[in-house]
Write a protein of this length. Structure first.
Length: 230
């Protein structure tokens, strides 16, 4: 049987309720079967048969309830689907909740090995995932390695700031070792330079030749006197 309950309408014009049932979905009450009529305020019905035919609990039915004011009722309806009855839907006949209603703790206490195996497998998978995803920790460098790395980094930054490459820097170091314009060339082997020795004096003829003739100075003086006289 099917126990049907509905809410009472709060309309004073409602006098009774009509119950329609069909084995196929319907949108109008004319396409279904009237199985009961109940005066207000009755709001319950137990359906056991349809027009003398015993109700099939293994079949699906569609149910609609409409209000009647004594003269007319609504024809367009949206029926409710009543699915076949089964023990899994309403619980076992022994009054228990079934295996699906038991918690995992109850199943584990009762010795359900499938639950225990599933839990152990899940923990192992989680541990394996953590070991694969977690990156390896890098070993800390030694203090002397850190110092060498800092020196190389400073040198590289200095070269980049000066705009020099490694090849240009090596050429610059070689140029510093080469003799400059003001440097003294090396002496031949066997010759010793005496820094305390006095330099030789030049002859008077050489000095006069370098300083020029005094007659030129005299001629210039005469020209100055003649300019003053004029």
């Amino acid at each position: 049987h099917v126990e049907i309950r509905w809410d009472a309408a709060k309309d004073p014009q409602v006098e009774s309720y009509w119950v329609f049932v069909g084995k196929e979905p319907f949108e109008r009450t004319t396409d279904s079967t009237l199985v009961g009529s109940f005066d207000d305020p009755t709001t319950m019905m137990i359906l056991t048969d349809i027009e003398g035919e015993k109700l099939d609990s293994a079949a699906t039915h569609w149910l609609a309830i409409v209000a009647h004011d004594g003269e007319v009722h609504r024809f367009a309806v949206d029926p409710l689907e009543v699915r076949p009855w089964s023990e899994s839907s309403f619980g076992s006949s022994e009054g228990g909740e079934g295996e699906a209603g038991r918690s995992w703790y109850d199943q584990l206490v009762d010795g359900d090995m499938n639950t225990l195996i599933a839990m152990v497998s899940a923990v192992m998978v989680l541990i394996g995932a953590l070991m694969v995803i977690r990156p390896r920790e890098q070993a800390a460098p030694e203090p002397w390695e850190m110092g060498a790395m800092e020196v190389e980094l400073d040198e590289q930054m200095s070269r980049e700031a000066a705009g020099l490459s490694d090849a240009e820097e090596s050429l610059e170091i070689d140029d510093e070792n080469a003799p400059g314009f003001g440097s003294v060339p090396p002496l031949p082997p066997g010759l010793v330079l005496d820094e305390d020795a006095e330099a030789p004096e030049a002859s008077e003829e050489v000095v006069d030749e370098l300083l020029g003739d005094e007659s030129d100075d005299a001629d210039l003086e005469d020209l100055d006197d003649m300019a003053d006289d004029l």
